[in-house]
Ligand binder design. Structure first.
Ligand SMILES: [Zn+2]
Length: 407
């Protein structure tokens, strides 16, 4: 079923979404009725047209003046929710930001097509929503086109806050931001990778967790990194022609994105996707030609074949995690004087089997795995030298998020 979904990603639709958004003169957060409001209304209509089980609505609020908001302004996020059937309180959020900007971040009137930053991410989110609309996943999925990213992550902060207030458990969050260009500013072409950024940090770590982390050396196994590795693995098994590169830091140097709003709200499994080589002549630039070079974030600079593969990766991990059982709540190892390792974990509803993952302490990603029928495993690997995790597998083979031993 998933392979059929993945092969259904439409390059034509991705391009149409980007061109529709870029045709609005500006989507700057402060641009009001003829800009951002027109964009969010278009996004809401588009999401509603997908039908199926999607529940589509705008989240609206008045953002007070301050910082990069020169005046108070009513803003809106376009949201489509696919309700979970088994565990609706578990939520996966996938987002892109529809607001755009030019050189001056406060310029709300100059043409700002924002094709790559970030109509590309919004196009990924919309295409996933369209193709998943008819599904009934185990957990809830929220497809979000948010605003105010360029004015300091305002829309994502509003969304994270409202989910927190509703007591939702966001088990995975990913923002797609600048994901459609395959040629770097230096002219290097890479259309075979997509980077995922993940932080080691975890706000509000409990003293118990800190003790376990120090004892077992799971410092590189934050929920964000566990999610990033699960995404890379899902893509490896399901998508051809592109792979996920792990970048083990929160974001690109000195820069930010909407996943940080979720991290700050206490949702630690939050990551960011960005293309491998950026071209800053085509981001945040006033439209102009200088010494024969065209500046501006225009639809002509997006590689739609590359964006199609990026969307296939999104659909792969999103549809797999949404349909998979929860992570085991606890995974432990037996503290015995043996060079083998005995692992035990809590049973998960809906699990047909479990998979143990391992890697050496020096490795960035899991390098071994084995399936077990019950909630215990003995492996001929030294607990001193390896890190371990366990994930549940559903009847149809969907792998859930791993629980790392010692987390
Ligand atoms: Zn952006």
């Amino acid at each position: 079923m998933q392979l059929r979904l993945i092969s259904s990603v439409s390059r034509v639709r991705l391009e149409a979404t980007i061109r529709s958004l870029a045709a609005i003169p500006t989507r700057h957060t402060l641009s009001g009725a003829r800009g951002a409001d027109a964009a969010v209304a278009w996004l809401e209509r588009e999401l509603k047209s997908y039908g199926g089980n999607l529940q589509v609505a705008q989240q609206r609020w008045v953002q007070p003046a301050g910082g990069r908001m020169t005046k108070a302004q009513e803003l809106g996020n376009a949201l489509a929710m696919l309700p979970g059937t088994d565990t609706p309180e578990r939520v996966i959020v996938v987002s892109g930001h529809y607001d755009s900007r030019v050189t001056d971040v406060l310029d709300a009137t100059s043409p700002a097509p924002g094709a790559n930053d970030d109509a590309s991410g919004v196009a990924v989110v919309l295409e996933c929503a369209r193709l998943m609309a008819g599904l009934k996943p185990r957990c809830t999925v929220i497809f979000a086109a948010v605003t105010g990213e360029e004015q300091s992550l305002l829309g994502s902060a509003q969304l994270a806050k409202s989910l927190k207030e509703q007591g939702k458990q966001v088990v995975a969050m990913a923002t797609y931001d600048i994901v459609g260009n395959s040629v770097s500013q230096e002219g290097k072409r890479d259309d075979k990778h997509i980077r995922v950024f993940s932080t080691a940090e975890e706000l509000g770590e409990s003293p118990t967790l800190a003790t376990r982390r120090k004892s077992l050396g799971t410092d590189g196994d934050s929920p964000a990194r566990t999610l990033a590795r699960a995404i890379a693995d899902s893509a490896r098994r399901q998508v051809k022609g592109i792979s996920v590169s792990l970048t083990l830091r929160n974001d690109r140097y000195g820069r930010g994105g909407d996943h940080s709003s979720f991290l700050a709200a206490g949702y630690p499994a939050s990551v960011r996707f960005t293309e491998p080589g950026e071209d800053w002549r085509h981001q945040h630039q006033d439209l102009r030609v200088e010494k024969g070079t065209k500046y501006g974030d225009l639809p002509e600079f997006v590689d739609y074949a590359y964006l199609t593969r990026v969307t296939q990766v999104a659909l792969a991990w999103l549809s797999e995690l949404a349909d998979a059982p929860s992570a085991p709540t606890r995974a432990t190892l037996k503290q015995d004087l043996s060079n083998a390792t005995t692992l035990m974990w809590s049973a998960v509803a809906g699990a047909a089997s479990y998979e143990v993952l391992w890697r050496r302490t020096t490795e960035p990603d899991w390098s071994g795995q084995k399936v077990f029928p019950n909630t215990q495993a003995i492996l001929p690997l030294s607990k001193d030298d390896y890190l371990f995790a366990v994930r549940a597998i559903s009847q149809n083979g969907a792998r859930g998020l791993p629980m790392v031993v010692g987390r």
